[in-house]
Design a protein. Structure first.
Length: 131
């Protein structure tokens, strides 16, 4: 089942990168929890509508927002997606570069929990895969 979980996250990531929000959001359970409290301007959100609200607002606050996938790590019920993000703040003009990560918890073929980390090493540690 864990390989299927990696494929779910891979499809979500690909949909997100091409701007196919309907496909990306459809992978989230109706009761999904999105925890972006560690990310700049993030909070906690619930369900597909909450996921949409976060990403629409967050991505919309940047110019030249670019995500470059680095790795997908199979952690069984959890999948860790590591990516490089580069963007420039619309309001501040500040350029941001980070190697961030997301920890996705999958149950019943849907994402039930998604936690974002601005530092990939924090995500790996939280998932029990750190050094």
């Amino acid at each position: 089942m864990s390989r299927e979980n990696v494929e779910i996250v891979k499809r979500v990531r690909e949909a997100f990168m091409r701007g196919d929000w309907d496909t990306a959001i459809a992978a989230y359970d109706q009761a999904a929890e999105l925890d972006m409290t560690r990310m700049p301007g993030g909070d906690k959100y619930s369900g597909p509508d909450g996921v949409w609200a976060f990403f629409a607002g967050w991505v919309g606050s940047w110019e030249g927002f670019k995500v470059t996938p680095v790795d997908l790590i199979d952690g069984g019920d959890e999948v860790i997606g590591i990516q490089d993000i580069t963007a420039t703040g619309k309001a501040s003009g500040a350029t941001v570069k980070m190697r961030s990560a997301d920890v996705f918890t999958i149950a019943g073929g849907k994402i039930v929990r998604h936690v974002g980390y601005p530092d990939a090493s924090e995500a790996l540690e939280a998932a029990g895969l750190g050094e």
